[in-house]
Design a protein around this ligand. Sequence first.
Ligand SMILES: Cc1cc2nc3c(=O)[nH]c(=O)nc-3n(C[C@H](O)[C@H](O)[C@H](O)COP(=O)(O)OP(=O)(O)OC[C@H]3O[C@@H](n4cnc5c(N)ncnc54)[C@H](O)[C@@H]3O)c2cc1C
Length: 472
Amino acid sequence: MKDIEESPRRIPIMAETDVLVVGGGPAGLSAALSAAREGVDTMLIERYGCFGGNITQSMIGTIGWYRCAETVEAGGIGLEFELRAKEMGGSINTFNKEILTTEMGKFLEHKGLLVNGEPTYEILDTEMFKYIADTLIQEANIVPLLHCTVVNVLKDADTIIGVITESKSGRQAIMAKRVIDATGDADVAYYAGAPYRKDPKSALMGVTLNFSCSGVDVKEFFTYYLKEVQEKPGLFAYLRQSRELFFMDELSCLLEPIEDIKKGIKLTNDINIKSFWTHYAEAGDINSFNGIHMSEIDCTDVWDLTKAEIEGRKRIIQAVKKLRKRTPGFKKARLKNIGSSLGTRESRKILGEYNLTEHDVKNQARFEDTIGICPEFIDGFGTIILPTTGRYFHVPYGIILPRKVENLLVAGRCVAGDKVSHAATRQMVCCAITGQGAGVAAAVSIKDNVTCRQVDISKVQKALKNQGVRIE
Ligand SMILES: Cc1cc2nc3c(=O)[nH]c(=O)nc-3n(C[C@H](O)[C@H](O)[C@H](O)COP(=O)(O)OP(=O)(O)OC[C@H]3O[C@@H](n4cnc5c(N)ncnc54)[C@H](O)[C@@H]3O)c2cc1C
């Protein structure tokens, strides 16, 4: 492809701050909150109109679904999201009580996902979470900036000193003593020239466009669903029980209706429909269908993003038509909403001072520079490991520290690690841990006047413990 030279120009500095966090997903929110709570000036910038990242853009409220009776919790801001949402009326009870009396109930009980008949977690109401995130940000005196995209960085030799942004206000700069990249795609690290890896499209995790329906006769639907479960207990019987390992498809609550939808749709190889609704309301809402998956999409390629959004919407319309026609309870159903953005799972990963491995996440790795613990929760590449046994690994500082660029930290799903470790670090609970670790480390490094690479890790650990993070 041809290229042209862009002329250099002077641009205004719109703000200066101690810590600048780019990207307002679970990692970015945790980073900004933890930095601000350490008493440094903090700014949080987000390209869309609300904070929350995948939670609010793609309707992913299941931050705590891994939690089993024996799970050792990470603590910190990830847990705070759930507790605060519950307190503010922004969470949803997870399971339909009738379902709990079926094979599925037995299965959930066995997995420790039910304790004394009660679910171990609540789902975040992803619309309410927009407001909850605003509230948390305001309480912590963070300077928020929405509708603003980071498009480049400013450096002094190897040190990042700010970013360049594009918005309706034009091209402007923000100067910062420390920058935390929580863009999910490591955009800032990439612009700063930090080494990274990105698998070929064919090896990347798929993207998903989530949708919801209203006007569902939930009772009729569940009567049908319960009958299915009772008549076909095999649905849950063939779980492969080796420690905590089983296949996602076998957990699929709505396998049968979805199989039915599939029959009527001409699927191409890269578009698959299979999965489940996350939650439902008595009022007739059935929400966040996590099943319009598309593969071979590079979410750092704007043409691929466009293709997947348009193709995904087409599949959703087809799926709703089929649901109305074939699935009991859906006769009068209407499409309620489609995620405001495609949900993405994997793109660039930085090469860090340390790169987490499959061995680490599956063997309870321990690190001197731990910034938190992550329950052994691995979801990706065809398998799921749930933390049913209290196993966990340490999350080392080295995976958020990019090579070659100073005073930049990276948090969330783009931290350093191999393919299987990504299936653990991409989980929101782990994104919150790397975010909180980054925020605290940035603040401590400013207070001690050292670079992020030179920061005294024992001071970071002490501050994290004070913030309620379990680090050992
Ligand atoms: C369909 C689906 C279902 C999932 N289900 C679960 C689940 O049940 N449980 C679980 O724990 N995880 C789940 N995940 C994974 C999880 O949602 C993500 O891995 C997690 O949200 C990543 O968090 P993050 O903060 O790193 O990135 P994101 O949540 O992607 O947030 C990044 C933020 O940065 C902003 N941004 C990006 N680039 C820029 C830029 N240049 N300038 C300014 N802002 C920018 C984005 O708009 C976004 O708000 C799911 C993912 C998908 C796609």
